[in-house]
Design a protein around this ligand. Structure first.
Ligand code: MTE
Length: 368
């Protein structure tokens, strides 16, 4: 592994939130122009360095509660297991944290807007095929992943990690991906191998994957036991009992307006509103609705993308008629199980700022 300076290979419009660690997202209007996000616009979330890994020296270890521990080269992975391709949207659990910060401060966390989400085509092998080759023991309940990056927390340096239940690890959509949008993964997105867990928060899709360990308990990694846990609004950092939080797994139903942006000035009359929506990983997005009267009446948006499945977002548009003054445009989605989104961010505020899926509200100024 080399620690040379990494070229991030991002689009000139990509918004860098922090250089070290490297974090950034596409502008919302760019994001919603493409159903499949170009790799140079795809958001990136990192907690430590971006390791540069020589694929020739790369090894993946599969250990723990398995009958045959494996150490695999990239070539062995490609040759021993069938190649599969799958489109999946990744969303960071911190997406839309900026709206929670407006409710109450969330110190120490990145103030992500609604751009910490992107959609790509991933190619690789099924995790289940690798686990079957290793022969997992019946008592194994979780597949824990560790990356080759270095993250420092609580005075210790370790690889970023997390886990998923074995049931999810054995579902056909869970991949060990070596390609993104038809090309080898780039360094920031996990080259040469990463996990892709469609329908789960992005944190479980561990990059620069070093190790898969089968075990009875969830990962003991900081990013499973401390970060990416959900607490009720009354819990504060001073009072938190970490073991009581909910370990985030599945996504939550969400809908976002990408155009217009808050504060935009628009002429009165017809305007096209654009945005995205993502399901919870079990149910497809059924409708996206817009309101310009505080939620009293709603009109239905049109989906711009024919294809619809549980792993991918939908892009949508709607024509609305604006009259002069300040107008709040609200978007919300419903899924195929009838689930909807919470109305207010304050009801779901949590001190780490995760999983904000409150109705999305954008206020614009409309003139004659
Ligand atoms: N894997 C490693 N090894 N290190 C990380 O910091 N970040 C996670 C996940 N996998 C991370 C990681 C988080 S929080 C997210 S949202 C996704 O990677 C982001 O993936 P991307 O950078 O390819 O968009």
């Amino acid at each position: 592994m080399s620690s040379a300076v990494v070229q991030h290979e991002k689009h000139p419009a990509f918004i860098v939130q922090t250089e070290e660690p490297f974090n950034g997202n596409p502008p919302l209007d760019f994001l919603c122009q493409e159903f499949v996000t170009s790799t140079d616009l795809f958001f990136s979330r990192n907690h430590g360095n971006i390791p540069l890994i020589d694929p020739a020296h790369y090894r993946l270890s599969v250990s723990g509660m398995v009958r045959t521990p494996l150490v695999l080269t990239l070539d062995e992975l490609r040759e021993r297991f069938p190649r599969v391709e799958l489109m999946a949207t990744l969303q960071c659990a911190g997406n839309r944290r900026d709206e929670l910060i407006e409710v109450a401060p969330i110190p120490g966390e990145l103030p992500w807007g609604a751009g910490a989400i992107s959609n790509a085509v991933w190619s690789g092998v099924r995790l289940r095929d690798v686990l079957i080759a290793a022969g997992i023991e019946r008592r194994a309940r979780h597949a824990a992943f560790v990356g080759l990056d270095d993250v420092t927390r609580l005075g210790k340096t370790f690889g970023f990690g997390g886990s998923i239940p074995v049931e999810k690890a054995f579902l056909p959509e869970t991949l060990l991906a070596y390609e993104m949008n038809g090309h080898p993964l780039t360094p920031v997105h996990g080259h040469p191998l990463r996990v892709i867990v469609p329908g789960y928060i992005g944190a479980r899709s561990v990059k620069w994957l070093r190790e898969i360990r089968l075990q009875t308990e969830p990962s003991d990694n900081y990013f499973q036991q401390r970060a990416y846990k959900l607490f009720p609004p009354h819990v504060r950092p001073e009072t938190v009992r970490w073991e009581e939080g909910i370990m985030l797994g599945e996504n939550t139903l969400n809908a976002v307006i990408s155009y217009p942006a808050a504060g935009d000035e628009l002429p009165a009359g017809e305007t096209t509103v654009l945005g995205y929506s993502i399901g919870d990983g079990h149910n497809v997005v059924q409708t996206v609705e817009l309101s310009i009267d505080g939620g009293k009446t709603w009109q239905t948006a049109d989906f711009l993308t024919g294809r619809q499945d549980v792993w991918t977002w939908v892009l949508w548009q709607a024509q609305i008629r604006l009259t002069p003054g300040t107008v709040e445009i609200i978007a919300r989605a419903k899924d195929s199980a009838g689930n909807s989104q919470p109305r207010d961010a304050q009801d779901i505020w949590n001190f780490k700022g995760y999983a904000n899926n409150a109705w999305h509200r954008v206020s614009v100024q409309v003139h004659e």
